[in-house]
Each structure stands twice: as C-alpha cells, then as structure tokens.
Design a protein around this ligand. Structure first.
Ligand code: G6P
Length: 590
C-alpha cells in the first residue's frame, strides 16, 4: 500500500536515484506517482495520476539536486487523481506518506479553523498542514516531529522536506520504513528492494523513530541504536530474464525454491524445523493467498498428523473471540511480513502470552520481528502482485511442519518415501510448467464471464487459490465451492459451456467429486479436471494429469497448473498481468 522513497545524495543526481528506487516499489500501488525536490529556494513538486512511467515523462533528469522524496500510490483516502497524488505541500512542509491517519477528519476541522484550506481529499495533506502549523512556534524540527507523533492516530511512514531546512526527515509508526546507507547516499524507503541498485546496507526503523539525514544520519528515539543489516540475496530486480512477465518468471523459479527448502530442512531422518507436536491447538492466520495456505495446512495437520488446526483470515481473527489453552500456538503467514491485519493479530496474540511463529518471506519484516520465532521461506523478492512462488514456499514449510508432527507421533514411520519424491520434485514441477498445453485449455475458457472451481477438503483449499489467481489477474468472475455444496444453490448458475474446474487429488473423496462433476455436466458445464488419479470418465471434457507424490507434497505441486492456467487466460485477455487493476502486493492498511 503506497511506496515512499527519499534520497540524499552526495552527487546532485537525486531525481534519477529516487525514481529508480521508486520503480521497485510499484508493486505497492500504482495509481499515481509524484516527486518533490528543493529547487531555487523552494520545494518543487511534480505528480501525476497513473504509473511511474507517466511521471517520468514529465521530469527533467538534468535538474541538479542532492535531495528528493517520491511516492507511488494505492488510493485509500480519495480517488486516484493528480490532486490526490503525493507529495502534498502546505506552507513550508512537503511530505510523502504511506499509511492511514485515523483522526484526520478531526484534525482537519481544527486546522480549517486556523485558516488552512485543503485541495485534496487525502489524510496526507492534513499531516502536512498540521506539521506546518506546529512549525509556526517551533524552529526545532525534531521537537516539531515529536509533537506531530503525539497528535497523529493511525499508521504512517513519512518522508519530509522543509523549505527552510536542508535535511531530509522521516518518521514512522505501524508502516514499514528502512534507512539505506551507501558511501555516497542515504535513502529512506518502504522496503529493501527499493535501494538494492545502490546499496545492500540498511537499518530497519522502529516505531516513533525520527530520522534526520544531511551529511550524516541521526535517529532520535531515546538514543536509539539500530543495527546495520546487509541484504544477502543476489537478485536482479530489473530483469524478467527471458520471460514476458514477472509472474511467469516467478512460476518458473518454483522448482528451485521448493527443492531448496525441502533439501535444507529435511536432512537424514530429521526435520530441522520447530516441533509443534507439543501444542494441542494451532491457529494459522493470514490474508489472501496466505490464508489459503493456512487452509491447506489445516487439512494436512488434521488428516495426517492428528492435530487440530484452525485457519483464520487475519482481518476477522483480530476482532473475534479467540480461545487459547496453555498449549496453543498461533502461526502467522505472510509473504511481505507487513500485512497490517496479520501484524495486528500477531501483536494481539503475543500480548496474551500465547506462543507465536511467523512464516514470512521478507527478511526482518515487522511480523518476523514481532513473533517469538520465525521461519523464512527464502523465495527471494516476489515482484508480480499475484503471488506464486511465495505461496508454494509457504505450503512447503507448512507441509514439513505437519510431517514433523506426524513423524514425532509415529503416524509416519519413515521419511524414506518422501525423500525419494524430493529427489524428483524439481523435474516434476518443470514438467508441470512446460509440458501441459495451458494455452489450449485457456482458449476454451478465456472469454467466459464466470468460472467455477470445486474440490473437497485439501482439493477445495487448492481450488480456492486457483480461483483467486484467475480472478485477480484475468478479471473473470470466479467462485470456489466445496464440491458437495454446489447443488445447494450455485448450480442454478451453471448454463451451457459454463467452465467448472475440479481438483481431485484427495483419495477419500474422488468418487464423490466425480458425482458432482456429472451433476454439472448434465446441466451443460464444460469440465476441466486436475487430478493425480488415473481417471477416465465421459463426463470429463479436459483432464490435466499431475504426478502422484507423497501426500505432504501433493498440495505443493497441484497448484502449479492452476497458476499457469490463470496466467494464460489473463494473457489471452490482454491483461496487465504483473500489475492487475485495483490491487497492491503489500497491504499495509487494515
Ligand atoms: C495481497 C497480495 C496477495 C497476498 C495478500 C497477503 O492481497 O496481492 O498475493 O496473498 O496480500 O499478503 P502477505 O504479504 O501477508 O502474504
């Protein structure tokens, strides 16, 4: 949700640098973009509705300045427009903001009484006005920013320029912000990938930190000492390699990401991950695809590890009544590690003294730091908004955790079978990516208005993710049902050639799901079956056959064809696959 960047550069090339950093944050929102920099004794602002590429057309990169702030927006307060785009300027203050100010309406009314007039619908302009007002009676910028923090309710990461001060300032609370450090420059940014073209050294800023950067940097927060981290992962953020989209590139990275995790954690007869067998209640919490991984884990733990697991959507979990015992653990799943609802849940559960475990991708992200323990999924930066490799990497870790419990409990006697499958897992996934004619299947369905997914238990959880992938990138309406539920209402929507995609991998429910397919076929549906079984039935219109592997590995591979089907359907429809409309990859507002 919105990306902010600030650069203070020894060379006078801050505009070039701030824009190049900003481009790596476009996954956070892309409905408008803007930049501000000191120029002829004032702060100049250039901003525009649309992508960063639109903003670039308006910029003069020959302008020499050593300081700039920039923003890419995912609209929350006020529609996407030139006026609502950041930076916002009031008096001597110019700011970029990620977050939501909850008391903005109240503050706005007070400021209007003081003769402040607002041009935009944003809460950010209110912050700028408040800051300008606080500056009236105080020349000390640190003291002004401390007063600002006391007045604001909500979440914010702010990059700030004052027209009467050369320094770049930043403050943050409940929105991510890092400080990047190189020999020549300092950066502030919403996320580490923003700065990687220039440096891999960074500090993770903490809530209520106030940062002042000029020839050096200083963090004001009770004499805060912050560790400098080095981003170790080598990754060419600018390159889609030979792929037309990051999504396809990331799908193709899955064989290695999954194999590396399995190989790292399953060694000899040990699964080198936390032991969850001591817990009698496991809550798994996430949003979007991360929630879908929780549903997959629930079925694995319950069916094969004899352990009760509940899966929750974070935005519900935090407001519902939760039940914990002395032997409860809550697991928080998040690619970004910054999703506001998931983070709030982790904090809430921790306050109650319940054990917490994070499964995240982004190193040192807020959820990773908040929980008692963390497992990194090591998928590398994921650029496409629709998650693929992070989802399968999360499932891989969850599957290993479930396997470990089953092994500890003696429900799985030996790890030999699964180890054998792991030796082939890369080839299996490569085969699923390359050897199935997804374009042919996609051509059958890409012009349909509605597409239905069905499955039972673990197959239902997989179907949910397949359907989400399809709708988020192709904009085709899609719904998922536990296969037996379709006839309780939704079957009324089935008409001639309605696509119904059924996932059939779970042994116990094969016959039942086949009966459901026959029911929709009898009403004219076009059926696509994803299965690891040798099924032959005249009710099936198209069968995608996947290899049969160990049950703990099944869900890792069964999603791959559905990711690719969604991708090719979106491609045939000419959609903007890596940046689907209305979406953002990191959802840092509630
Ligand atoms: C957004 C993304 C999804 C993701 C969800 C949760 O909606 O587009 O791909 O699953 O947020 O994000 P997280 O970073 O917590 O996994």
């Amino acid at each position: 949700m919105c990306g902010i960047v600030g650069v203070l550069s020894k060379d006078k090339d801050a505009i070039k640098k701030v824009i190049s950093c900003l481009k790596h944050l476009e996954y956070r929102g892309y409905d408008s973009a803007g930049v501000a920099y000191p120029y002829n004794n004032e702060i100049k602002i250039i901003k525009k509705q649309g992508r960063i590429s639109e903003l670039e057309k308006m910029l003069d990169f020959n302008v020499e300045t050593n300081c700039a702030i920039a923003h890419t927006r995912w609209a929350t307060n006020g529609k996407a427009s030139d006026t609502n785009a950041h930076p916002h300027q009031v008096g001597k203050v110019t700011i970029v903001h990620n977050g939501i100010i909850e008391n903005a309406d109240e503050l706005k009314k007070e400021l209007e009484k003081l003769n402040y007039h607002f041009k935009s619908e944003t809460d950010t302009e209110v912050i700028a006005a408040l800051l300008d007002n606080l500056c009236q009676n105080d020349n000390d910028k640190i003291s002004v920013l401390q007063k600002l923090e006391q007045k604001l309710k909500g979440s914010y990461a702010l990059g700030i320029l004052f027209s009467d001060d050369d320094a770049l300032y930043a403050v943050k609370k409940d929105s991510p912000l890092i400080l990047g450090i190189s020999d020549d420059d300092y950066f502030i940014a919403s996320d580490v990938p923003a700065i990687l073209d220039y440096t891999n050294k960074y500090i993770v800023l903490e809530d209520n930190d106030i940062v002042k950067i000029n020839t050096d940097y200083h963090i004001y927060n009770n004499d805060a000492k912050r560790e400098i981290h080095h981003f170790a992962y080598t990754y060419d953020l600018n390159s889609k390699a030979e792929f037309p989209h990051y999504m396809l590139k990331e799908i193709n990275e899955q064989p290695l990401v999954i194999y590396n995790l399995l190989d790292k954690y399953l060694k000899d007869d040990l699964i080198k991950l936390p032991d969850l067998s001591k817990y009698d209640q496991i809550d798994i919490v996430g949003c979007g695809s991360a929630y879908h991984t929780a549903l997959v884990a629930k079925t694995l733990f319950e069916e094969y590890s004899d352990t009760k697991v509940s899966a929750y959507v974070a935005s519900e979990y935090r407001y519902q009544k939760n039940f914990f015992s002395p032997h409860s653990i809550a697991i928080f799943i998040s690619q970004s590690g910054e999703t506001a609802d998931t983070l709030a849940c982790a904090r809430q559960v921790k306050e109650k003294g319940v054990a917490t475990l994070a499964i995240v991708n982004a190193n040192l992200s807020s959820i990773a730091r908040e929980c008692d323990d963390v497992i990194y999924i090591e998928a590398g930066p994921e650029i496409a908004v629709a998650t693929t490799k992070a989802y399968t990497a999360q499932i891989t870790i969850l599957s290993l955790l479930a396997l470990k419990v089953a092994y500890q409990k003696g429900l799985v006697q030996s790890l030999d079978d699964i180890k054998q499958d792991i030796t082939h897992i890369k080839e299996i996934i490569v085969h699923l990516i390359n050897d199935i004619n997804y374009i042919k299947i996609a051509k059958k369905i890409y012009q349909r208005r509605d597409i239905f997914f069905i499955g039972r238990l673990i197959d239902y959880a997989i179907a949910l993710e397949g359907s989400l992938k399809l709708k988020e990138i192709s904009y085709i309406h899609s719904e998922t049902y536990p296969a037996g539920e379709l006839k309780h209402g939704t079957i009324s929507l089935i008409e001639e050639n309605s696509p119904v995609i059924a996932v059939i991998t779970y042994d116990k429910t094969i016959d039942k799901t086949i009966s459901n397919i026959k029911e929709v076929k009898a009403r004219g549906a076009y059926n696509i079956i994803l299965t690891n079984q040798d099924l032959d039935n005249e009710a099936f219109d198209y069968v995608i056959k996947i290899p049969k592997v160990n049950a703990f590995l099944d869900p890792i591979i069964s999603i791959i064809p559905l990711q690719l089907l969604a991708y090719y359907v979106a491609r045939l429809n000419g959609c903007d696959i890596d940046k689907p409309r209305n979406l953002a990859k990191s959802v840092t507002v509630e």
